[in-house]
Design a protein around this ligand. Structure first.
Ligand code: AMP
Ligand code: MG
Length: 483
């Protein structure tokens, strides 16, 4: 077997000031735990080769095809509101860019590959559990139709990693349309080198938002394109009940893909105050805060771009502020359209009536701690005439009657609803079950969960427990950063 793919070094070449050439650590006993064969094939990578000794060395960042330059990327970031000028890939490497079948570039990137010049106090490593967690949740997000980085493989290293206890170590290989972050722009801006900032912005336009190049003000158009992509993304998160958990500016992409699955989780009961992350004491990244935080992060991006937007800084600020206003409107519109689809409502209804119906429903779900995903999926049954499964989700069936009869009066379309309301999401109790089994060596529950969430809208016999709400004794769920 020989290497037949090309790995470009475009980021390293175009932005050397933000790229430190580096290689991954050796692994004492590497073993491929999971490999995304369809994705590998899509990217022109031979799955059998990836499983070979040579392929595994690539997945550990030890050896790359000629022409590639693995690098640790530099970036800054606002973490929980406080600015860190130098974060960067402390336990990750960009191996290079693959060319996908459609001609677009995709970053091949590793997480948990060892210490780099950006590691600060960290060990540069990752444990099997959190890497499998990113693998399954990003697979689920992709299957749900939500823009996301993709997971290619998890390789167990055979080395122990010290956390609260000793855990088996692993490296995740992931693929993204790029790893450019809001924090990348903050880094370039903080250097004071406007030409570097312009090169970064041109690189981003080229890779993600090519039409901005033709605009009268290309860098303002870049900003607007990022804001539009994030508005669409945030609406998808909110409609599906996804809590990212750590929306620092270094965890927000320029492409509009979801990135860095650390303490993320899906809501069980609908509640905007839901926080899972053990370190989010103030609830900054609570479920309901996410659109506002995205807007805040975008304001930080706009600040970095000011020198490129106009030579007159007052004028630049004025233009950026005006553009940022578009975010809230785009988000709100995408969310309402999505909510109408979830409810199977036809177009052309009175906006005020629809908004009231939605607000009342969310109030009911919140008050009665109704499982969000189960509610919407069961609702198509009610549109077909069987309201009993929906009513059963409430502490008293009659609590939903008045709302249901008003909604039914609007003639909802059941078949549409089943294409947007999933049966299977990676439920917190199932993720925990799968990861703790995998950490002790049993990958079967992980494989089953992966199978369920890979086709989230397609109800299948034998997968009933993957559709059920968490058992009552599961209790308050806490997640920990994927370190
Ligand atoms: P994250 O919270 O995973 O997005 O990471 C935030 C920053 O901390 C990034 O600069 C990471 O590279 C760095 N980091 C996280 N975990 C580790 C680790 N175990 N070793 C070194 N750096 C880390
Ligand atoms: Mg991160």
């Amino acid at each position: 077997m020989s290497v037949t793919f090309r790995l470009d070094n475009r980021f390293a070449r175009e932005l050397p000031e933000m790229a430190i050439p580096f290689t991954g650590d050796a692994a004492p006993a590497p073993r491929v735990l999971v490999l995304n064969e369809p994705l590998a094939t899509e990217l022109g990578l031979d799955p059998a080769w990836l499983r070979s000794d040579e392929g595994v060395q690539l997945l550990l960042g030890r050896s790359v095809p000629e022409g590639a330059t693995p690098v640790a990327q530099a970036y800054s970031g606002h973490q929980f509101g406080g600015f860190s000028p130098r974060l960067g890939d402390g336990r990750a490497l960009l191996l290079g860019e693959l060319t996908a079948a459609d001609g677009s570039l995709r970053d091949l990137h590793l997480k948990g590959s060892g210490r780099t010049p950006f590691s600060r106090g960290g060990d540069g490593l990752a444990a099997v559990g959190p890497m499998l967690r990113e693998y399954v949740i990003s697979q689920a997000m992709h299957a749900l139709g939500i823009p996301t980085t993709r997971s290619l493989a998890v390789v167990a290293t055979g080395r122990q990693v010290q956390r609260e206890t000793l855990l088996p170590g692993a490296v995740l290989a992931r693929v993204a349309s790029s790893h450019l972050r809001v924090g990348s722009f903050q880094y370039a801006r903080a250097t004071g080198d406007v030409e570097l900032l312009r090169r970064l912005a041109d690189h981003a336009i080229n890779r993600h938002h090519a039409s901005a190049a033709q605009a009268e003000r290309p860098y303002l158009a870049l900003f607007e394109a990022v804001a539009a992509a994030q508005a669409a993304l945030l609406a998808r998160w909110m409609l599906i009940g996804f809590v990212h958990g750590v929306m620092n500016t270094d965890n927000m992409t320029i492409s509009g893909e979801t990135i860095d699955y650390g303490p993320c989780a899906f809501v069980d009961a609908y509640d905007p105050a839901t926080v899972y992350s053990s370190i989010d004491h103030g609830g900054r990244y609570a479920f309901g805060n996410q659109p506002g935080i995205a807007e805040w992060n975008l304001a930080r991006l706009a600040e970095t771009l000011l020198p490129l937007i106009d030579d007159d800084q007052d004028k630049a600020v004025e233009l950026a502020v005006e553009s940022l206003k578009g975010f809230a409107a785009q988000y709100q519109n995408a969310w309402i359209v999505g909510m109408q689809a979830k409810l199977g409502l036809p177009e052309g209804l009175d906006d005020v009536l629809v908004a009231e119906l939605i607000a009342e429903l969310l109030g009911l779900l919140q008050t009665h701690r109704v499982d969000y995903t189960a509610f919407f999926r069961s609702l198509s049954g009610a549109a077909r005439g069987d309201a009993e499964p929906v009513q059963r989700l409430f502490p008293e069936p009659a609590l939903s009657d008045e709302w249901l009869s008003r909604w039914r009066g609007l003639n909802p379309q059941a078949s549409l609803m089943d294409t947007v309301n999933p049966v299977y999401i990676p439920r917190n109790h199932l993720v925990e079950e799968a990861l703790s089994a995998a950490t002790s060596g049993d990958l079967a529950p992980f494989a089953q969960l992966l199978e369920a969430v890979a086709a989230p809208y397609d109800e299948r016999a034998g997968l009933e427990r993957y559709a059920e709400a968490a058992p009552a004794d599961f209790g308050a769920y806490t997640t920990f950063c994927g370190t």
